[in-house]
Design a protein around this ligand. Structure first.
Ligand code: 3HC
Length: 330
């Protein structure tokens, strides 16, 4: 598996005996649910893991605007257009909160952006799938934002203060996003036969990519053990995936749609559904840049960055001018 190729799966979590006095004191604070703030001492691995996770999350919000922004001009009514526009703007705001949280760890937004644009940093696999018709916009809100909330609600309790506070603000908006998506699905599923077919087709195509959003299965997750010990992650990938399936299947039933999984079955004993795993080869292939939209997404983000150079230069020139005037006045 790809994850195993790049890093060993050894959990690598230090035992109490292996920790230095500083590390043990740090772990005590984590265990006591005391938030870590930017000026507090932290292990280098903690700082790096946060930058990786928060940065990847921020990039996901920014790249995630593309599949939906693509539909703003084609939304079926003025109301739907206004709602979609607001949602896409929210995603930009989420990206900015998260970049700001990452900056408190000593990395600039520009550095993170450069790493996204030259392929050194990842963004969520889901945004490498296309949105082919209006029902896809409903399914994205319902499933993709639904999966995002399932992952992000626990992150409100994450151990790093700025990340936790950013997540509290983000989660409020994500739940609106999920509801607007479900509302589109309701209209489509209760519409004409053709509309219902579109809704089912969107569910068929986006179901497994949504399950992949939670990351590889626990046995292949290289970071989970350490991230959970540091409370950077609150639940494992498989735990969240299970919760998502349990929550979403009844919603699909209510819509009169069929989850595309022949093995889906309620398991009384575990109190949850048994379900088929996504195709993990496809997941790792998408991570390596071979999804249907990877190239297009990166071309669009690179073009946006290049086309915005004059704005950044103008702002910097303005800030420098003001600084000179301020110094002269003093
Ligand atoms: N897409 C892309 N890469 C993924 C991934 C996914 N769905 N799931 C895992 N990976 C990558 C990891 O980044 C890691 O690669 P790396 O070592 O090169 O960084 C590798 O696969 C191994 O996976 P792990 O399980 O060990 O990785 P993590 O412990 O980081 O867990 C995660 C992955 C659950 C996504 C975790 O990073 C996380 O909870 N992140 C915060 C939430 C987030 O990023 N959400 C993005 C969703 S989209 C969104 O929020 C936008 C909204 O508007 C819809």
């Amino acid at each position: 598996m790809y994850a195993q190729m790049v890093k060993s799966t050894g959990a690598g979590v230090k035992s109490r005996e292996e920790m230095s006095a500083e590390e043990a004191a740090f772990q005590d604070r984590i265990d006591a649910d005391i938030k870590i703030e930017p000026k507090d001492w932290m292990p280098e691995g903690y700082r790096k893991t946060l930058i990786r996770q928060i940065g990847q999350h921020a990039h996901s919000e920014i790249v995630g605007q593309l599949p939906e922004g693509n539909w703003i001009t084609r939304a079926p009514t003025l109301e739907r257009k206004a709602i979609l526009l607001a949602k896409v703007q929210d995603e930009a705001g989420h990206g900015l909160y998260l970049y700001a949280a990452a900056e408190t760890l000593g990395v600039s937004r520009d550095e993170l952006t450069e790493q996204l644009l030259d392929g050194r940093m990842k963004y969520s696999s889901i945004f490498n799938y296309p949105t082919l018709n209006w029902a896809d916009i409903g399914a994205v809100g319902w499933l993709v934002d639904g999966a995002a909330i399932m992952n992000q609600v626990p992150l409100q309790r994450t151990s790093y203060g700025p990340y936790s506070r950013a997540m509290i603000r983000i989660c409020k908006e994500e739940s609106f996003h999920q509801r607007q998506g479900y509302d589109i699905m309701m209209k489509m599923a209760q519409g004409t036969e053709a509309q219902k077919k579109m809704a089912q087709d969107a569910l068929n195509r986006l179901w497994y990519p949504s399950l992949m959003m939670f990351g590889p299965s626990d046995k292949d997750s290289v970071h989970s053990a350490q991230s959970m010990a540091w409370k950077i992650k609150m639940d494992s990938n498989d735990e969240l995936r299970q919760k998502f399936v349990d929550q979403t299947v009844p919603q699909a039933e209510y819509l009169g749609l069929t989850v595309p999984d022949e093995n889906l079955k309620w398991n009384e004993e575990k109190g949850g559904y048994d379900f088929s795993e996504p195709d993990w080869d496809e997941f790792f292939d998408v991570l390596q840049g071979n999804g249907p939209c990877n190239v297009d997404r990166m071309e669009k983000r690179n073009a946006a960055w290049d086309n915005g150079a004059w704005v950044r230069e103008g702002l910097m020139a303005h800030a420098e001018k003001r600084a000179v005037l301020k110094t002269a006045a003093e």
